[in-house]
Design a protein around this ligand. Structure first.
Ligand SMILES: [Fe+2]
Ligand SMILES: [Fe+2]
Length: 251
């Protein structure tokens, strides 16, 4: 059985700020406070990404996305990410669901046109492609070619065994956005808190939280009798391996 050190739930106290105010409040540039970021056009800001995403989705979804940005930036601070990486987290959070409201057949068409090989489950559940297709469109329309941002967008639904810290944060922020049910978010916040009082640089344990998020998602899919993408199982087993290895080292 997995050991999850529970210290304290760190869920944000306040609800997400109104979308427009939030977009204006974070005018970080593509320079990431002085450092030029490869693959992010000069002048790209979180406000520009928000403005681009807004007309592509409903008001309700935009509120979700705003909440994801809020949690993502909070987690990036707790994980002690550099200003440049914090900007990448913010960009990926703003852009992650920009294709969420596309029809399944459109997503499948766009993925095929880009040469993606689709699995049987993706052919029958086109919505699973909204992350990878968003990454393709962001690259084309916003001229963002930064792999860290694009992979974080593409991986936000199913995860990956090769996730960067930025990608893990975006995945978790999407799980922890304020409108998600507490019985889903509370165990993830608790798992994140496992680094508290350990002296580690990052105040949060991303791998622990990812394992809990995967377990909860799998339980939900089983209960709802919905298909499970094999990648979800691979990703869950990957993080189980990491968490178990860390527990062995610590015991
Ligand atoms: Fe999504
Ligand atoms: Fe989302």
């Amino acid at each position: 059985m997995k050991k999850t050190k529970v210290v304290k739930v760190m869920a944000p106290k306040k609800k997400a700020a109104p979308a427009k105010a939030k977009a204006k409040a974070k005018p970080e540039t593509a320079k990431g406070k002085g450092k030029i970021i490869k693959g992010v056009p000069a002048g790209m800001t979180l406000a520009k990404a928000a403005k681009w995403a807004a007309p592509r989705i409903s008001k309700k979804r935009f509120q979700h996305v705003t909440g994801v940005v809020e949690v993502g930036l909070k987690l990036a601070k707790l994980a002690k990410l550099s200003p440049a990486d914090r900007l990448l987290v913010g960009l990926a959070c703003w852009l992650h669901d920009s294709c969420k409201e596309m029809k399944d057949y459109e997503l499948i068409e766009k993925a095929r046109a880009a040469g993606m090989k689709l699995t049987e489950i993706e052919k029958n559940n086109g919505h699973l492609l909204h992350g990878p297709v968003a990454a393709l469109i962001v690259r084309k329309e916003l001229k963002i070619s930064n792999k860290t941002v694009l992979n974080a967008i593409a991986e936000h639904t199913l995860g990956a065994t090769s996730m960067t810290e930025v990608s893990k944060l975006v995945f978790l922020a999407d799980c922890l956005e304020a409108s998600r049910p507490t019985d889903f978010t509370a165990p993830i916040w608790e798992a994140l808190a496992a680094n508290k009082n350990t002296g580690l640089k990052s105040k949060i344990n991303l791998d622990n939280a990812l394992l809990v998020a995967c377990d909860l998602s799998l339980a939900h899919l089983l209960e709802a009798r919905r298909p499970i993408h094999p990648k979800t199982v691979d990703v869950r087993n990957h993080f189980l391996g990491i968490v178990r290895a860390a527990e062995k080292l610590g015991s």
